[in-house]
Structure formats: structure tokens, C-alpha cells
Design a protein around this ligand. Sequence first.
Ligand code: RB5
Length: 160
Amino acid sequence: MRIALACDHGGFRLKESVKEFLMSQGLEVLDFGTFSEDSVDYPDFAIKAIKALLRGEVDRAILMCGTGIGMSIVANRFPGIRAALCHDVYTARMSRLHNDANVLVMGGRVLSPEVAQEMVKVWLTEPFEGGRHERRLRKIEDIERMIKEEVYEASKGVGD
Ligand code: RB5
């Protein structure tokens, strides 16, 4: 499994420990930065990992900032992305079982490296349950299509 990582300065330390853990498990990691605790803007790093995921260059992505909030807002802007901001093993597990999350988001200023490691372990192995949850995910796709069509309709005639 190939995993994209991205963080800002608030998630840097956690990203480094998650990276070390993933590599110790023999997993392939694509690290999109940031690479220090110097202040940066989280959208610049989120987009790199999300693009890699949408292009199929990785199977999953893990994003980290101070709280995880900024990274999850950016990631969920993209159709097809189901980014779950998780705070413990339970939410990490449920994000796979019920939401088929393809992006895990964590707060570097919220979680200890030990808890984050347990979360990552569970998140990488837990399957999607499907069934009624599949139906709900299809409804999210319907919403994405509807928004796309509305934007297309609204843009008709603009610039003519
Ligand atoms: C950076 O100070 C902080 O705002 C960022 O890491 C993140 O928590 C934003 O949601």
C-alpha cells in the first residue's frame, strides 16, 4: 500500500512519527512536506497529497496540521475525497467501517504519537462495511454531481 503524507508546521512532528511508523511496517510513503516547523500554509500541502490520491499515485493519504481542522476542510473540497478528522482509535475505526474514508486527518497539537500510531494501524486495516453505508456514500456522490451540474448551469452564458 502506498500512502501520501502531508502536514503544516503544526503537524510536522506528528507527520515525522507517522512516517517512521509506516516505513517500519514496510509501507511505501510519499512525503509531500512540510519538512520543518517553520510556518507554512496548510492548503499548499494538503493539495499535493490529495492530487496524488486522485491521480491514483497512492492508495490513501494522511494529513496533519495543528488541529486537523484546516487540512480536513481543504481535503473535503475535492469530489471523491472522504477525509475523516479523527481524534481516537474509535473514530479512526468508524471512519473506515462506515465512511470508507480515503483520507485520515489528525491534529498534531491534539494527539500523542502513541495514540496516532494506534489510529493509523486500525485505519489502514479496517475494511469498509458496505451495505447501508454504501447507499449513503452514493448519496454523497449524487450531491457532488448536483453541485457540478449547478455550477455548469450557472456558468452558461458567462463570458459570452
Ligand atoms: C497553524 O497555526 C494552525 O492554524 C494549523 O496547523 C491548523 O490547526 C489549522 O486548522
